[in-house]
Design a protein around this ligand. Structure first.
Ligand SMILES: Cc1cc2nc3c(=O)[nH]c(=O)nc-3n(C[C@H](O)[C@H](O)[C@H](O)COP(=O)(O)OP(=O)(O)OC[C@H]3O[C@@H](n4cnc5c(N)ncnc54)[C@H](O)[C@@H]3O)c2cc1C
Length: 449
């Protein structure tokens, strides 16, 4: 995709002086060495901003956006830059507005089960602070120890726990944001319910910084589950694993995570897994149950039975926290190893209706053969959210990878799915997303239309 700097004039000395006067000298970074870390997020895109404003207060955000509105320079909000869609990259030039310094947890209210936070608070820091008070903040992107809650709200981040607990949107009760003209708004509040007026808070969630800059969040907390237990099942073939997932969900069991890895992923991280049989396996399921110890024991055993009914070769329980942590660490290693071992690596995060996941993953080998590439698939089986990692051994193969992506996205849409479950549109998908037509994507129309 192309970054476009042509729509705006560069920030001149006069505008720079106005920015300094508006937000204070100390907040403005112009030294190239200090700008460099703000040039990238976790996507392949890069663009060094003209300057960075490192905000520490909502008033600075208000004054910067009011000025940007008057002087017509672009402002790109940024949390921790872990986004995978290039949304925090200043592709049009102008200012990157870093919210990382607005990182105070303002309240954890145990009586009302809410937290009030600034946008730069790291997700894992809120989890830990809530845990210390017996409370739980469930949204758990794999990047939870580095990404910000403002970024999570802006991208409606999710993770393995979504299958039981939902996405970030389900935990945002209210927020404060500054609009593009510098006006501060408050939407929602600290109550569990509220149907007064339009639901602007949830409109801002997932808007990827396009509707306003989130400067404060009121988040729902829940009591921390007393116990958690884990199961790993190895299957000879992926469709068997996916049938097991449908059966687990269909029989009313409520896993707090149900993740899968395909055989390519297993060949990458099999050496790290503490059991035998991985080399022969076609798929792995990692399922968890949380809640009272006696209840989850029954649930995890029932999930294990279902896996065996669906042709699992092996089912292993990992109730202790050390084994659990090790399994989740292996799950995290998958992306790192894919990236390390493949010069061309494009991550996609498609979603298909849950009942279609077996069919979808069953068709991936066909794409590998047709485009002569390798596709690593893993993800959140219970949500139908599949992380497809399309790879090739050499840069000259990139066009084939890109052609395969187009075809896969077309299949996803034909199956009633959507082209991103978590990573968002950002800049990387801006050219295919067509906001005027719900679920129609430029260049991805079905072949027969
Ligand atoms: C290893 C790894 C694993 C990941 N796993 C997951 C996962 O499991 N689930 C998932 O959902 N994502 C995942 N991600 C993607 C990423 O971590 C999330 O999108 C996260 O929510 C981004 O937070 P951030 O603070 O880094 O935001 P940034 O990358 O800085 O920004 C992301 C977007 O939000 C906007 N934005 C940021 N802050 C604000 C604000 N205060 N107000 C308005 N707009 C704002 C930016 O303009 C940009 O469009 C992963 C990324 C990595 C690198």
């Amino acid at each position: 995709m192309s970054l476009n700097r042509t729509h705006y004039r560069p920030i001149d000395a006069g505008v720079l002086a106005e920015i300094r006067a508006a937000v204070g000298d100390a907040a403005v970074l112009t030294d190239p060495e200090r700008l460099a870390p703000f040039a990238r997020d976790a996507s392949e895109l890069a663009a060094v901003p003209e300057l960075v404003v490192a905000a520490t207060s909502t008033e600075q955000v208000e004054r910067l956006l009011a000025l940007a509105d008057r002087r017509r320079f672009p402002v790109t909000p940024r949390g921790q830059g872990t986004g995978l869609a290039g949304g925090a990259v200043a592709g049009c030039g102008g200012v990157v507005l870093s919210l990382a310094g607005m990182n105070r947890i303002l309240a954890i209210d145990c009586a009302n089960l809410v937290a009030v936070v600034e946008p730069g608070v790291i997700n894992g820091a809120l989890k830990a602070a809530a845990r210390a008070k017996g409370l739980f903040y469930p949204p758990d992107p794999a990047s939870f120890d580095t990404c910000s809650l403002g970024g999570n709200a802006a991208t409606n981040a999710g993770g393995p726990a979504c299958v039981k607990y939902g996405t970030t949107r389900d935990y945002v009760l209210g927020l404060e944001a500054v609009l593009a003209n510098g006006r501060r708004i408050r939407a929602g509040g600290a109550t569990r319910k509220g149907v007064v007026g339009y639901d602007l808070a949830h409109l801002l969630v997932g808007s990827e910084g396009t509707l306003g800059v989130i400067t404060r969040l009121i988040l729902k907390l829940i009591p921390h589950p007393p116990a958690v237990t884990t199961l790993v099942a190895l299957f000879p073939r992926m469709p068997d694993a996916m049938r097991a997932v449908s059966a687990i969900l269909g029989r009313g069991l409520m896993p707090s995570a149900i993740e899968f890895l395909d055989d390519h992923c297993l060949s990458l991280v099999g050496d790290l897994l503490p059991f035998r049989g991985v080399a022969r396996a076609g798929a792995l399921l990692l399922a968890e149950a949380d809640g009272p110890a006696t209840v989850i024991q029954q649930q995890i055993e029932a999930m294990g039975e279902i896996c065996l009914e669906n042709a699992a070769d092996d089912v292993l329980l990992a109730p202790d926290s050390e084994k659990r942590a090790r399994l989740w660490d292996v799950r995290k290693q998958v992306s790192l190893r894919i990236e390390e071992q493949n010069p061309v690596y494009i991550p996609e995060d498609v979603v298909v209706p849950v009942a279609g996941i077996a069919e979808f993953v069953g068709r991936i080998p066909e794409f590998e053969r047709r485009f002569e590439i390798a596709i690593y698939a893993f993800g959140h089986a219970g949500d139908g959210n599949i992380h497809l990692n399309l790879t090739a051994r050499s840069e000259s193969d990139r066009p084939r990878v890109e052609a395969a992506i187009g075809e896969l996205l077309r299949l996803v849409l034909a199956m009633g799915g959507t082209i991103s479950g978590e990573h968002g549109i950002g800049a990387v998908k801006r050219e295919v997303f067509h906001p005027d037509h719900d679920h129609h994507f430029r260049g991805l129309e079905p072949r027969n239309s």
